[in-house]
Design a binder for this molecule. Structure first.
Ligand code: DON
Length: 567
């Protein structure tokens, strides 16, 4: 009997502990696609399968990245692209990390006030719709940079599946048919010709992209010059200028993607490797993770009152700093070390109170002494050699500027809207910017894209990322916390309902489903303004988790047509 009593006590304590943890948070329940050693999770099954086929041929994660990115340009014209840009974070099998910036740049003829009228007011739509919104595309140069440094198979083998897919055609999904019906009238408004996506496409139809296949063949045959020079460049520049845009052949010739150091920081026993400026993702998430690190958020419970409060207040402070300090590091000096230091962040959190919300109107960016001065797609890849990549690529808004270079078969981005056209005036994601993100020739616009890799015990742990403009940062954050703190599997972590705050506007947005009215009422009582009715989905996360047995679990977001594939 003496022996049984402690046993009963332990069992009782365990039951009590379990009671405090929400149901979804027990033992990293695995509900996602499982693979032994290699996986791609992306926005379209076709693209995931093409990436996996490259790895089955012996290619590495970088080869698969090139193939997947190009396949998305064919299968997912909503965001996949050759006329846009993106970021990639990697971790090689021997633990080396880094990042590639293939973000668009402002054309040489761009100027600070190019979206303002003579009275200094924003000209509605000029930075979002049509030829003036287009930044100089970076994707194709980015892929060649990856290939030069890490590629193991010939580029022609990596691009061929996408050429074949474009010629064979891609089947329209339900969600794609809805999107096309919604955006169709913009295509007509912006372009002076009928484009292939103008037809009345229904789910189950097959769209062939013959012109795009030809452009991809030029890239296959002439390398980078197949896009930035010759026939494709000619088509692009002539069409943009015909529609009143300012991109020149010189802009295309001089574009270069850049290798950068990733932002690296620790959170408890994790090491997080995330995108550096000109993305704000890594710095913002470093700030948020560091701000919450002293708290035992797991004991608060997933999406509980205390968790939501803590994250919201950390996010408020990080986004306020984002708007003031962050921009293209080639143009502005960013006090990165201070911004992500625990000392600075604890000072920022000093006025946080559990009793009531800090109104954003009373909170500005932090004071750093001595400092001078929507639609994207993400994919994650792991190969059998132990390399991992996390890449987010975009045209910015849905189908970008809606300018479709018909002869070449591709859309152009509207990334210029990510600059701050006028200090204090929000862009299409409601983000406010300052001088650091003002427009200048050849400058890169600030981004929120947050491709991220997480290490645990010096081993690959997770690859995570998302579209969603300003909500990308908080979607990535919550997904990592869902696995690490709230003990969900990868798929459940991706599925879990999300919320978002970004300093201004001073509201906390909740996804339409998954948050009960009691929580909302409690937050409102503390002074939080909540948006839930008519709110949209937040992010669309595609992620990979390494399980304790070494296998991989995919998290493909149900919010889209996303799919994991692997072997
Ligand atoms: O770079 C950025 O932050 C934005 N251009 C991303 C746009 C985006 O995620 C749209 N997707 N929903």
């Amino acid at each position: 009997m003496k022996k049984i009593i402690p046993f009963i006590v332990v069992v009782f304590l365990l039951i009590q502990c379990k009671k405090n943890i929400p149901e979804t948070a027990q033992n990293n329940k695995i509900t996602g696609f499982i693979a032994d050693s290699a996986m791609v999770v992306s926005a379209r099954e076709e693209a995931s399968k093409i990436g996996v086929a490259i790895m089955q041929k012996g290619g590495n994660a970088f080869d698969a990245m090139i193939a997947t990115e190009l396949a998305l340009a064919v299968a997912y014209p909503f965001a996949g692209n050759i006329g846009g840009g993106g970021f990639m974070v990697y971790r090689t099998s021997d633990g080396k990390t880094g990042a590639l910036d293939y973000r668009e740049k402002a054309p040489l003829a761009a100027s600070k006030n190019m979206y303002l009228d003579e009275n200094g007011n924003i000209i509605e739509g000029k930075s979002t719709l049509g030829a003036m919104a287009v930044g100089v595309p970076g994707t194709v140069d980015g892929l060649f940079k990856v290939h030069q440094k890490f590629g193991s198979l010939p580029f022609s083998e990596l691009i061929q599946p996408s050429i074949d897919l474009a010629n064979k055609g891609v089947v329209v999904t339900e969600k794609q048919a809805e999107r096309l019906a919604f955006y169709k009238h913009f295509f007509g408004e912006v372009n002076d010709t009928i484009i292939v996506l103008d037809a009345d496409w229904k789910a189950g139809d097959t769209i062939k992209y013959v012109k795009l296949a030809k452009t991809l063949e030029r890239i296959r045959d002439f390398g980078r010059d197949g896009f930035y020079k010759g026939e494709t460049a000619e088509m692009l520049v002539n069409y943009v200028q015909k529609l009143g845009g300012i991109i020149t052949k010189k802009d295309l010739e001089i574009y270069e993607a850049k290798w950068r150091n990733a932002i690296e920081f620790t959170y408890k026993d994790l090491k997080i490797i995330a995108m550096s400026p000109p993305s704000s993702g890594g710095i913002c998430n470093a700030q948020i993770f560091k701000a919450i690190e002293p708290f035992d958020i797991a004991s608060f419970g997933h999406n509980s009152l205390k968790s939501v409060q803590l994250l919201t207040e950390a996010e408020r402070r990080a986004y306020a700093d984002r708007s003031y300090y962050l921009g293209d590091p080639d143009f502005v000096t960013i006090p990165i070390d201070t911004l992500i230091s625990s000392t600075y962040i604890q000072k920022r959190m000093a006025n946080f109170s559990w009793d009531k919300a800090t109104p954003s109107s009373t909170l500005k960016h932090g004071n750093i002494v001595g400092f001078e001065s929507d639609e994207t797609t993400h994919y994650s890849i792991v190969d059998k050699y132990g390399n991992s990549i996390s890449a987010t690529t975009t045209l910015n808004g849905a189908y970008g500027s809606k300018v479709y270079v018909s002869e070449g078969g591709f859309f152009l981005n509207n990334e210029m809207d990510d600059f701050s056209s006028k200090p204090g005036i929000p862009n299409m994601f409601g983000l406010i910017g300052a001088e650091a993100n003002s427009i200048a020739p050849e400058k890169r616009m600030l981004s929120s894209m947050t491709p991220t890799i997480v290490e645990k015990n010096n081993q690959f742990y997770m690859s995570v990322g998302s579209p969603g403009g300003s909500t990308i940062i908080t979607s990535v954050l919550q997904t990592i916390l869902n696995v690490y703190e709230f003990k969900m599997g990868m798929q459940d972590a991706v599925n879990a309902p999300r919320f978002h705050h970004q300093w201004l506007p001073d509201v906390v947005t909740f996804e339409p489903k998954g948050f009960d009215s009691l929580l909302v009422n409690q937050l409102q009582e503390k002074g939080y303004q909540i948006k839930q009715e008519n709110s949209v989905i937040l992010g669309k996360v595609d992620a990979i988790l390494r399980l304790p047995n070494g296998k991989l679990e995919g998290g493909a977001d149900y919010r889209g047509d996303d799919k994991a594939a692997g072997f």
